[in-house]
Design a protein around this ligand. Structure first.
Ligand code: BES
Ligand code: ZN
Length: 610
């Protein structure tokens, strides 16, 4: 009788779900899904079985054979972080039951876009973002990454739309009478103008990797096992396809480093600009923000990262969010190894430099909450979206790099392959990794202070500042505020600009900021990293003339990497009063266009500066 995960009501005495079969009716007019879930357990069970739910209505729980009702209960009031426990009381030994449920418009995983909010303006769009703990707001489940579930799904959508899913497509067909009972009446399911798309996921995956989108989606092939899908016109898809032309080279590089690619396909789905992350590693189909399409192939880093999760994260999964570094630290390490192969050592080193800077900034952010500067964290009572940071990514990367430097890359590569082979399709915790490391690299604990790396706060003394000639040069230029020469910056990509702008002494004279913009067109940059780094600098330097552009930017994108610094700069910057009023007004106006996760994060930034 103990919870297995601080973010889930699932209980270790109860069997885990092995398979779920979902029938989902997407009701765009009401922004809800009506669905049924046939849950199959790993063994027959009598008594209570506890699932997670958030903002769900449960219409009934019934037996799969004959539909006799099964008693159930939803805990009340909802826990602000975990949501509600759905306790199903299996009165006789059973290994399957059916839940009829519906989502609500306040589901935290789903964003429903009206036609006006899409790029073609013609049809509505919906998509999911389930990591960290939002799958439970789409369907009731044991929403912990320690669970691994196979599933099948039937999405009932309006005929003009198509569906995409992080699973294998089976077929598109007409709805069949009776197939969705008891959750959704046949009259709706089989109404004229509806179509059903079927998918299945045969490999067991943690629930946070459940993902779909539906809308006006087009696709284009970019490699032997990759297509780009995008919401929008044929031009949008063409631009995306050009950006990701190198994807097969990356997969090949990944396989050479980490072993065979296990997911058959690696497709990319480019979402509307409100997508709250840069990328999300949904299996077989990575979800991406359109802001990575810059026309110069620099979106490759995000793709390398999400691809790397195919081994680290999706094959081997963190057991709970306390071990989140096992997902993101390993993936950051793997991403940089792939980048090194396809873009060269200098680019990988620059990324390491940028990451190092980010890690040091996080130490400042968490100086009063040092728990979250540890690799192994205790997230009891903590919302994972609230403490999301670069620490698991960059400190995790540095821990692995430290081990690599100690035993040499040749040995470390052998170790990594062995680790992946041993634990593939399993969810593991930090202790399991450390034990495996000690068993396979005897004596490692005498050479690397594993205890301090895993359980200590801050950045360990034996972490090494990455060396990148380009990084050092740009930072030095910025710190002395050397105006970049046109010739020197001709080759600069977004990352170089970002690094330069972020390292300029603050505040600058407003005239210096304007001068930079006049020379290099930074505020109008097509590269969002550059635009946001510049606008952040402008706000911090009190340049009121840029507030209009800040407002425009905050209404155009919903990627949290951009929302966080811009809202924070408005609240903290020298034009504080004006900034504060602007931040609150813009949020009130833009809120509905953000994904619910981003809404929550911005809300919490604003409430800290009341
Ligand atoms: N899995 C993460 C995104 C995520 C983390 C979503 C936690 C929800 C909760 C993804 O792989 C990621 O790290 N994306 C980065 C990409 C970057 C590191 C290249 C992002 O979105 O910025
Ligand atoms: Zn990641």
């Amino acid at each position: 009788m103990a919870p297995i995960d601080p973010h889930s009501f699932a209980d270790d005495d109860e069997p885990m779900t092995e398979h779920v079969s979902l029938s989902l009716y997407l009701d765009f007019s009401r922004s809800v899904i009506r669905g049924t879930a046939v849950v199959t357990l790993s063994r027959p069970h009598a008594g209570r079985i506890t699932l997670d739910a958030r903002a769900l209505e449960i219409a009934a729980v019934v037996r799969p054979d004959g539909g006799a009702p099964i008693p159930f209960e939803l805990s009340y009031p909802p826990d602000p972080i975990k949501g509600q426990a759905l306790s199903v009381n299996l009165t006789s030994p059973s290994s399957a039951f059916v839940i009829a449920f519906s989502t609500s418009p306040s589901s935290t995983a789903l964003q429903w876009l009206t036609p006006a909010q899409t790029s073609t303006k013609a049809l509505p769009f919906v998509y999911t973002q389930c990591q960290a703990i939002h799958a439970r707001s789409v369907f009731p489940c044991q929403d912990t990454p320690s669970a691994r579930i196979r599933y099948s799904a039937r999405l009932n959508i309006p005929e003009p739309l198509s569906a995409a899913m992080a699973a294998a497509r089976v077929r598109r067909r007409a709805p069949i009478l009776g197939e969705a009972a008891p959750g959704c009446p046949d009259a709706a399911w089989c109404a004229a103008g509806r179509a059903v798309e079927e998918f299945h996921m045969v490999q067991p995956v943690p629930p946070y990797l459940f993902a779909f989108a539906a809308g006006e989606i087009r696709r284009r092939e970019v490699g032997p096992r990759s297509c780009v899908y995008a919401e929008g016109t044929a031009e949008t898809v063409a631009a995306a396809a050009a950006e990701f032309a190198g994807v097969e080279d990356m997969i090949v590089a990944g396989e050479a480093l980490f072993g065979e690619y296990q997911w058959e396909r690696f497709d990319l789905l480019v979402l509307p600009p409100s997508f709250p992350y840069g990328g999300m590693e949904n299996p077989r189909m990575t979800f991406l923000t359109p802001t990575v399409i810059r026309g110069d192939g620099s979106g490759a880093q995000v793709v390398a990262h999400e691809l790397a999760h195919s081994w680290t994260g999706n094959l081997i999964t963190n057991k709970t969010n306390n071990d989140f570094w096992l997902n993101e630290g390993f993936t950051t390490y793997a991403e940089r190894r792939i980048v090194e192969v396809v873009q060269g050592k200098e680019r990988a080193a620059l990324n390491m430099g940028i990451g190092w800077r980010g890690l040091n900034k996080e130490m400042e952010r968490f100086k009063n909450r040092m728990e979250f500067t540890k690799l192994k964290t205790n997230q009891e009572g903590v919302d994972p979206d609230e403490i999301y940071s670069e620490v698991p990514y960059e400190k995790g990367f540095h821990f692995l790099w430290r081990i690599e430097r100690e035993i040499g890359r040749f040995e470390f590569d052998i170790f990594l392959k062995k680790y992946i082979e041993k634990f593939k399709f399993q969810s593991v915790d930090t202790e399991t990794f450390v034990e495996f490391l000690k068993d396979n690299v005897p004596g490692i604990e005498k050479r690397v202070d594993i205890e301090t790396w895993v359980h200590g706060t801050g950045i360990p003394a034996d972490a090494k500042e990455p060396e990148s000639a380009l990084y050092t040069k740009i930072v030095a230029m910025a710190e002395r505020f050397n105006h970049p020469e046109l010739a020197a910056v001709a080759e600069w990509q977004g990352q170089e600009w970002e690094l330069y702008l972020e390292n300029l002494p603050r505040p600058l004279q407003p005239s210096q900021v304007v001068d930079l913009d006049t020379c290099f067109g930074l505020a109008e940059s097509k590269d969002w990293e550059v635009k946001v780094a510049f606008l952040d600098l402008a706000i911090s330097s009190g340049c009121e003339q840029y507030l209009g552009m800040v407002e425009k930017a905050l209404k155009e994108v919903g990627r949290m990497k951009y929302l966080r610094p811009l809202y924070s700069a408005l609240l903290r910057g020298p034009c504080q009063d004006q900034g504060k009023i602007l931040a609150h007004r813009v949020f009130a106006e833009a809120r509905d266009s953000y994904h619910p996760i981003a809404q929550g994060v911005v809300q919490s930034i604003l409430s800290k500066h009341l």
